[in-house]
Design a binder for this molecule. Structure first.
Ligand code: WQD
Length: 338
């Protein structure tokens, strides 16, 4: 058992990773300022795990708060989720993204270094591959950024790499593809504010009747049905990958890994799968391409399998079903969840 600090642990991937770490027997502290998450998730995490949550309300930009946290708790490793993650927003507010994502990491690392804590799992993204031409994507492929958001994630990866040259850092960089789905309890899930940018939460709101119909952003791409391919991975699989990554770091093994299924799914396939789960054809129209979209983005999961023994287990139906169960439970205020 180790004591783990989860920054951004009240967020979508953070909350699911919290559950997975607790179930693996670790003691976990959540640091979150709730700038982009619902404080109500904390009580629901306690219901899932059957234990009170060790919560520190604060920001990774607050060095004094971090120093107090490390002084009060013997932290063995950190899983760092706290960051801004909306590609479109990053174009409009790049300085906010540089400050939170890059400044947040360096402030956290300064506090970790002062406390002699060197193991960190870093939440990265497949968008560091830019607009790739060759598929599936392996970790040694060229890196670039197509948005300020991707620039911050790429820069953070470089910072971790450079820092390890002068201090005994043991980083685990996980490049996520497209996280979807929810915990089977229906008590935690993706909870975007406003109208969702991402495909599955948008479809979920169409299924709830909160949005009129799905607009498919382009069907003239070079794919079998003309709509973009993505590597959707269930958030419970992704959470398990974090536990496996942390365990490797605790053994001293640093890594940079793609976390995906290796099985691409098109927009229309996702729409069909969600309609099947809901039991009716969800309304959709074909619209123009969305600027910045790439036709295909999917992982070669070989290295994660070799380094962590990780293999995604949830399929498309469970991704859609757990999402549908979550959004219905959320809309009913969890009155009926045991
Ligand atoms: C998937 C596909 C859309 C909505 C983004 C970020 C990435 C990561 C994951 C942080 C695309 C299509 C979508 C809709 C649609 N986030 N779509 N209608 O763009 O692959 O990745 O989220 O790390 O950084 O870029 O995910 O879900 O937005 O889109 O047709 O209403 O669904 O065009 O082809 P994306 P997405």
């Amino acid at each position: 058992m180790a004591r783990i600090l989860l920054t951004g642990g009240a967020g979508y991937i953070g909350s699911h990773t919290y559950v997975a770490l607790c179930e693996a027997g670790h003691a976990v502290t959540i640091l979150d300022d709730f700038s982009n998450s619902d404080p109500g998730v904390i009580a629901r995490l306690a219901r899932i795990t059957g234990a009170e949550v060790d919560l520190v309300r604060g920001s990774v930009l607050d060095r004094a708060a971090l120093d107090r946290l490390f002084a009060e708790r013997a932290i063995d490793g950190v899983v760092h989720f706290a960051a801004r993650k909306a590609v479109g927003e990053s174009v409009a507010r790049p300085l906010d993204y540089f400050e939170t994502n890059i400044g947040g990491l360096t402030t956290l690392m300064q506090a970790m270094r002062a406390a002699g804590v060197w193991r960190i799992v870093f939440s990265s993204t497949a968008t560091v591959y830019g607009e790739p031409e060759v598929f599936p994507l392996t970790e040694d492929m060229p890196l670039s950024h197509t948005s300020p958001y991707a620039f911050t994630k790429l820069t953070c990866e470089r910072i971790l790499e450079q820092a390890a040259a002068s201090d005994p850092w043991v980083p685990g960089v996980l490049r996520y593809f497209n996280p979807v789905g929810a915990h089977p309890s229906g008590l935690i899930g993706e909870d975007p504010r406003g109208i969702p940018d991402n495909l599955m939460p948008y479809i979920a709101k169409v299924a709830l009747g909160e949005l009129e119909r799905l607009t498919v952003h382009g069907n003239d791409y070079d794919t079998p049905d003309g709509t973009c391919w993505r590597d959707y991975i269930h958030v419970m699989d992704l959470a398990r990958a974090h536990v496996l990554s942390l365990n490797r770091l605790l053994e001293g093994e640093a890594h940079v890994l793609n976390i995906g299924t290796g099985r691409p799914v098109s927009v229309l396939e996702m729409h069909r799968a969600y309609s099947d789960v809901v039991g009716r054809e969800l309304p959709h129209v074909i619209g123009p391409r969305r600027p910045g979209d790439v036709p295909r983005l999917y992982a070669d999961p070989t290295r994660a399998r070799a380094a962590l023994g990780f293999e995604a287990e949830f399929g498309l139906e469970e991704m859609c079903r757990t999402s549908w169960d979550w959004v219905r439970a959320q809309s009913e205020g969890w009155r009926f969840n045991s």
